[in-house]
Design a protein around this ligand. Structure first.
Ligand code: UDP
Length: 254
């Protein structure tokens, strides 16, 4: 068996050296973490579903000429991506008050925000990913003002697309987190969307019932996470009704 060179291991994904220079393999694990890693469980099948859901979204964004690191899915748990230099920020886009924003500003969960809001957290687990301002980002050189402009423009485009996509399948996009990277191509550098977009990194509420279809299910200690992620995949048309994420492939004709 070939031993691949591990480049980076995160909480829910591992990156390996890719088959060609400038590429990496992004592997989705079944690990679920919350509260900055203090709560940790293995939820069998989560990685497979997130790989499929993130592939679907990144492919659509590529088709819309929104630049991403995604090249193609390789197998059940892995996708081929372009190697980028990750900007150490979690970019959070919010449409409806929930989670840390609701707490911080004393807003009732579910309140529609006057407009979509973009927040930045500095990616540092030991500090608990603190909220930072554009001033911190540019002063400490995590991104330049021009890069921040690109990141914000990209975030707005991704939010517009995702709001429509999820509304079309009966889900409200409450908020989500993205990460961006610098893609170097010859003499040029551009900001592209990196990491993943999946129910692990979004809040999705059913339009009719208000039921949660995201990682809050795990954060709240409930046990129906796989069913919920599976339903998101089904509603997106990634998996047909009787299909299981583990057995996608040629189907026996009876
Ligand atoms: N989020 C994430 N990873 C993080 C922190 C937040 O994917 O490390 C997502 C989270 O799932 C939600 C959004 O970003 O969709 C906003 O999260 P919030 O700041 O409210 O933090 P939380 O309440 O999730 O701790």
């Amino acid at each position: 068996m070939n031993k691949r060179r591990k480049i980076y291991e995160g909480k829910a994904k591992t990156l390996y050296e890719g088959p060609e220079p400038g590429t990496l393999v992004q592997h989705f694990k079944d690990d679920a973490t919350a509260a900055n890693g203090k709560k940790h469980e293995i939820i069998e099948g989560k990685g497979v579903l997130n790989n499929r859901i993130s592939e679907f979204i990144f492919q659509k964004l590529n088709d819309l000429t929104i630049p991403t690191h995604f090249i193609r899915r390789l197998n059940m748990r892995e996708q081929l991506i372009k190697e980028v230099e990750i900007i150490p920020l979690e970019i959070i886009v919010r449409n409806i008050a929930a989670g840390s924003l609701a707490k911080r500003l004393g807003l009732e969960e579910g309140t529609r925000l006057p407009r979509s809001i973009i927040e930045f957290c500095y990616k540092d687990d030991t500090l608990g990913d603190p909220l930072v301002s554009e001033e911190h980002i540019t002063a400490f050189g995590w991104a330049t003002p021009a890069e921040l402009d690109d990141i914000m423009a990209l975030s707005v485009r991704v939010n517009d697309y995702l709001c429509g996509l999820f509304m079309g399948i009966g889900l409200k996009l409450v908020d989500f987190k993205i990460e961006c990277g610098r893609l170097f191509e010859g003499e040029t550098m551009r900001i592209v969307l990196a990491d993943e977009i999946s129910p692990d990194s979004c809040r999705l509420w059913d339009v009719k019932t208000g039921a949660k279809f995201d990682k809050d299910i795990f954060r709240l200690g409930e046990d129906n996470l796989i069913e919920a992620y599976h339903e998101v995949a089904q509603r997106l048309g990634i998996l047909s009704e009787n299909e299981n994420a583990f057995t996608v492939g040629p189907r026996l004709v009876k």
